[in-house]
Design a protein around this ligand. Sequence first.
Ligand SMILES: [Zn+2]
Length: 126
Amino acid sequence: MNPRKDKTRKQASGHPAHSRRLADSVAKTIEDVACCEYCECDMVYPIDWEQSDGHNWRVTLRCPNCEEVTDGLMDEELIEKFDCLLDRGTDSLVRDLRNLTYANMATEINAFVTALDAGHLLPEDF
Ligand SMILES: [Zn+2]
């Protein structure tokens, strides 16, 4: 998906044409970059970045909830904090994925054991 098209679509559907996250001012706090300015979702993540000048980076951010795409400027200190926040989010997702995988496997094993106990599985099933 092209994020630029996505942004145009969102603006046409009622979002303001200008961003509260001023693209040309350096973000001050992690909340300025990690929280969506439209729906307040706190899972905004970067989809593109480039060094802007000296210590600042121009980062394109995407909200997974409302799909809004915005640009922002961050200094290296804020980039480091954002990176740590993203790493914690990744760890949380991986932990949830492992738990779901385990739960699904347990469900399948229980169904298999129940079928075995009821005599519904025969050697020719394999
Ligand atoms: Zn949003």
